[in-house]
Design a protein around this ligand. Structure first.
Ligand SMILES: [Zn+2]
Ligand SMILES: [Zn+2]
Length: 256
């Protein structure tokens, strides 16, 4: 299947964000203890009892936001506690907004498409959006390869930003593997290709070069399916380049 680099970047960012959110979920309590300092200094929790109270407030606020969004109300903008600024709640509110926008963009792009036939009332899908619901991620993944490049570009920008926000909050590096013995980049000839390993299945891992290695369009040596001027190089999982690198990584036992 021919993939446009904007589609590939959007898909890679989607996997990456999903993985970052799972990390956030799994390490929620530890992160709240490590990063309770987002409020003013005087209101930072200093004892375990205060931390527990802080955590409780966040949980309450989350439930309230959820209830609010189900009835079509905007999520509450502030914290449940005066003088307290829970960065995690703010982050989740922003993420919710980004994902609703992304979903809206894609739903609009495909509103005449049979892919969306099962959700003719897609605004209801938006109302009941839950960033942790698997079906939403699956839906986004399914429509991305069929999404016009310009829209995929907007989606990629939004998702990359959101992913970086979550990762910087959680102290989580990008999911990049530096493959040993990989060939040099066909475009810049430097050995700095990286595997983006966020997708759960290694058969879906894409390969990128450094962010400064961008395509020059027609005549570029990169070998991408659709050479596109100005886009950071990225190779689909089923491209010869990515397949050979992934095979090498599997041989060395670095991936399943
Ligand atoms: Zn390069
Ligand atoms: Zn190129």
């Amino acid at each position: 299947m021919i993939r446009h680099p904007h589609q590939l970047h959007a898909q890679a960012a989607l996997w990456s964000l999903r993985r970052a959110l799972r990390h956030l979920d799994e390490h929620r309590d530890a992160l709240l203890i490590r990063r309770p300092q987002l409020g003013p200094a005087e209101s930072r929790p200093r004892t375990l009892a205060q931390l527990a109270r802080h955590d409780e407030l966040l949980r309450t606020e989350r439930a309230e936001r959820k209830a609010g969004s189900l009835t079509g109300l905007k999520p509450s903008a502030g914290s449940a506690a005066p003088g307290d600024a829970p960065g995690l709640a703010d982050l989740e509110r922003d993420l919710h907004q980004v994902l609703v926008e992304v979903h809206g963009l894609l739903a609009y792009a495909h509103h005449r498409d049979p892919l969306l036939a099962w959700t003719p009332l897609w605004h209801e899908v938006l109302d009941e959006w839950d960033i942790r619901r698997d079906a939403r991620w699956t839906w986004l993944s399914v429509v991305l390869p069929a999404t016009p490049a310009r829209i995929a570009e907007a989606v990629a920008l939004a998702l990359v930003d959101a992913d970086q926000l979550v990762r910087s909050y959680a102290g989580l590096d990008a999911d990049l593997i530096a493959p040993p013995l990989a060939p040099p980049c066909p475009a810049c000839d430097r050995r700095r290709l990286r595997i983006q390993s966020s997708a759960p299945d290694s058969a879906r891992w894409t390969v990128t070069c450094a962010s400064s290695c961008v395509c020059i369009g027609d005549g570029c040596e990169c070998g991408m399916d659709v050479p596109t001027r100005g886009v950071r190089h990225i190779w689909a999982a089923d491209s010869a380049l990515a397949a050979s690198i992934a095979a090498g990584v599997r041989t060395m036992g670095l991936a399943a």
